[in-house]
Structure formats: C-alpha cells, structure tokens
Design a protein around this ligand. Structure first.
Ligand SMILES: [Zn+2]
Length: 454
C-alpha cells in the first residue's frame, strides 16, 4: 500500500483518486478493500467503518479533521434540524458520514488551469480543489481566472490535468458578472465561512435570526397568503436568474407573488429544506456582510431575551384602516401589524365589526341602510341580502361598549380590585357569637384561618 498525504484544500474524492492511481488499482471498491486490509479492519466490522474513516487513517488524520479540511460536508450540513449539536465528522456520526459524507456539492467537476499548471510544477501532479466545487463558484480566487469544468463527477478520480482540453470553460462575461455582484460575493463569503466551522447551525436558531431581519423590513414571515413582500421574490429580484439557476434551480422557476416554502420557509419552518442554498441566500440578502451574518447566527439564543413589549395599536389608525378597507377585516389585517389576532380584537373592542361582502350579500349595505339611512331592521337586512339574525349580530357588535356597560349594571363584577367587599371582617366577639362560643382564643384562631384561607 502506497500512502499519500492530502494536498492543501484537496477534495476527498481527489485524494481517493490519487490513492487508486498510485496503487495501480482500477476502482473505488478496490481501494476500500485494500485500505480496510491495511488498517486491519476485521471483515465482520467492515460495514461499520465508512470510506471517509479509511481515508483519514491513510492520511494519518483525525476523522473530524479530515472531514473539515477535505469534504464539502461542513457546507452541505451547515444548517440542519437533524442532530445540530453533533460536530462535523464526529465519531457518533459514522452512519451519516457513510450516507452523505462524500456527496457532491454541485454537479460537475471544476478546476482552474493555472492551479493545474502550478500543481504540476510544485507537486508533480494535479488535484481537484474543494473550493472550486462549492455552489456558485465560477472563478479561481487565487488566479482570478474562470474555471473549467467536466460534466461527469467520476472525473474526480482522474487528474484534472487530463481534462484541460476536453472540458467546458466558464465564460469571461459570466465570471466577471459573478465577481462584481455584491450579493453573489456575500453568498460565496458566507459559504466559505460555513465550510470552516466545526459544527452546523440549528435550523431553529437560523429561523429566529432570519425572521427578525425579515420582520424588520416588513416582509412576510409566515406561510399564509399576504400582501407583504415575500423573501423568495426579494431573492429573485436581487440575484441574476442564470446564476440562481445554478445554486437553487427550483427558485429560479418560481412564479412571483406565490409563497415558496423551500425558500420562504427558512423564516418559519423548524425543519430544514432539501438544501442549504436558501439559508445562505437569505443570509446574503438580509445581512451586509458575511461577518455580520455569522455574528448574528452565533448569538446565544438559549439565553432568555427581554420580552418585546407589544405596542398597542392606535384606535385612530385602526379606524382609518377600517374605513379604507370598507369594513373588510381581510383587507385591514396585513397592513397594520404582524398579529392578526390583536388587530381583530382591537377593531371589535371599538365596535367596528367585520363587514364581508360576497355575491348579492353585503353586510356593508345592510348596516349602512340601518344606521345611515334609518331604515328598519327588516328593510335593511333585505337591502343587504343578509339574514335578520346576521344584521342583529352586527348591530350588537357595533354596540359593544354599551353591551359591556349594560352587562356590568345587571351583574356587578366581584373579586380582587372590583371594590366589592367579599367578607366583612368580624371582631373576636362577633366571631364568638357566630360560632356560639365564648372562648376568645379559639374564636380568634378560627377567624385567622378563615382569613388565610380566603
Ligand atoms: Zn487557480
């Protein structure tokens, strides 16, 4: 067995390919068998040891160290709802590593011809760099040159030098656009920061952080129908569509104004979507820099935060919005604040009921006929095309304040703070007279018990 050290930023499969070629083997399977024999892994327990575990032994590295330096897993798993406390490449994550450890970050195998030339001069061989395989990367950061790529990912097992002439070149124009776009630059900077981390972010933490930012901009932060701007539409408006189709193709096909859970869900779902792209896109859009985004994500949300005071909605604003919406709650609700419930309660408390209209039915016409044109109850109900009982209900809602006052007149409230004394304190003698006892001590005692129990 000829062993090798992985080269700087070398992708796991590139290292595997070099081991295969140097040992005169033909396949991945052949290398795994040879490595398992070399590492003395017993046949019976071979299924428990993942390929990455064998590669890190060959590289004489800790598993977590190898995973963090040579796989794209820290980025692909950067936001997760599944065991977020588990560090990347930890010993407990063998089954996860076996399934997803060596997956590709994107289709195709990317390389830089200048890096290939330099590597041949420096190491006598070329290799695939991990950074070039990241989502959205189209240029080599060292040589500022557009990357070349091969469509098939099997290419990683061969040297990139064998594809210099038979590969596609990312166009200069495309690479320049990506280089100059501040949102794409933030996306890439955040991706590289995430790749460097030992642990993923819990989706629940990301949701809180992103939700706070989106709410501050007045964007929709839930999955219901809304007139507020959608995060998915904002991403579409702020990133080039061609580029988006390389990092999140489903989003590029989305219709404007339609909630798209795979993207908008980062603000309200507690389980992660199929990819980390929507989280990184949201961070790129909602924060000015990668530092700012990472700092916000690392805020300790386990510490109790001061409760935000709920700002009471001004009755004048509510009334104005109600008039503008012609009494239809559905048209008032999204405009004033995030809590539909508090707006509804606010309107009800000032005696402004919901006045929906459907087909020939108009609650607005019925109540206008009654209150403004002084028609009778039955005439007003007929004009609005509503049941008499519906109109009565609306009028009762309108007379909310009167109804509350009348309720209190007919049944005065009791209890603490109501001003009505529940038990008149007795003197010890009175207590004795009630119980029929003249023993002052026991009477006093029973009075105390009464008061404590009260
Ligand atoms: Zn390069």
């Amino acid at each position: 067995m000829i062993l090798l050290l992985p080269l700087p930023d070398e992708l796991d499969r590139s290292y595997m390919g070099r081991l295969i070629r140097l040992n005169g083997l033909r396949s991945e399977k052949g290398l795994v068998t040879l490595l398992a024999q070399w590492a003395n892994v017993a046949e019976a327990s071979r299924w428990e040891v993942c390929c990455l575990d064998l590669l890190c032994r060959a590289a004489n590295m800790e598993l977590s160290q190898f995973v963090r330096r040579h796989t794209t897993l820290p980025l692909r798993r950067s936001f997760t709802s599944y065991q977020p406390d588990l560090a990347h490449g930890s010993a407990e994550s063998q089954s996860m590593l076996r399934l997803t450890g060596m997956r590709f970050a994107r289709p195709g195998a990317y390389f830089c011809v200048d890096c290939v030339r330099l590597d041949l001069e420096t190491y006598g061989m070329s290799y695939w760099r991990r950074d070039h395989q990241l989502l959205g990367v189209s240029i080599c950061t060292k040589h500022l040159r557009p990357l070349r790529y091969v469509d098939k990912t099997e290419a990683f097992l061969d040297a990139p030098s064998s594809f210099v002439t038979n590969s596609h070149l990312v166009s200069e124009e495309w690479a320049r656009l990506n280089q100059q776009h501040s949102g794409i630059q933030r996306f890439l900077a955040i991706s590289r920061e995430l790749l460097d981390r030992a642990k993923p972010f819990d989706v629940k933490v990301a949701r809180l952080v992103l939700h706070e930012q989106a709410a501050a901009r007045g964007w929709c932060t839930h999955g219901s129908k809304t007139s507020k701007p959608l995060l998915s539409d904002q991403v579409l408006a702020n990133f080039p569509l061609d580029w988006l189709s390389t990092v999140f193709p489903l989003l590029a096909d989305k219709k404007p104004g339609v909630t798209f859970n795979q993207m908008d869900g980062v603000l309200y779902l507690s389980t992660s979507a199929s990819s980390v792209a929507p989280y990184i896109l949201a961070c790129s859009l909602l924060f000015k820099s990668a530092d700012e985004a990472l700092h916000a994500l690392m805020t300790d949300f386990t510490k109790p935060r001061p409760r935000q005071k709920i700002k009471p909605i001004d009755a004048g604003d509510l009334r104005a919005a109600y008039i503008l919406a012609k009494g239809q709650y559905a048209l008032v609700l999204p405009e004033l604040c995030d809590s539909r419930r508090s707006i509804q309660t606010g309107l009800e408390s000032i005696g402004l009921p919901n006045l929906p209209g459907r087909g020939n039915q108009s609650h607005l016409i019925a109540v206008t006929a009654f209150f403004v044109h002084k028609k009778t109850l039955s005439e007003s109900a007929a004009l609005g095309g509503v049941e008499l009982s519906t109109l009565e209900h609306l009028i009762r809602q309108g007379g909310n304040n009167l109804a509350t006052a009348l309720t209190e007149i007919s049944a005065p409230p009791t209890g603490p703070g109501s001003g009505v004394l529940r038990v008149k304190p007795r003197t010890p003698i009175e207590a004795g007279a009630t119980t029929g006892s003249i023993d002052e001590k026991s009477s006093w005692h029973s009075l105390c018990e009464l008061e404590i129990g009260d």
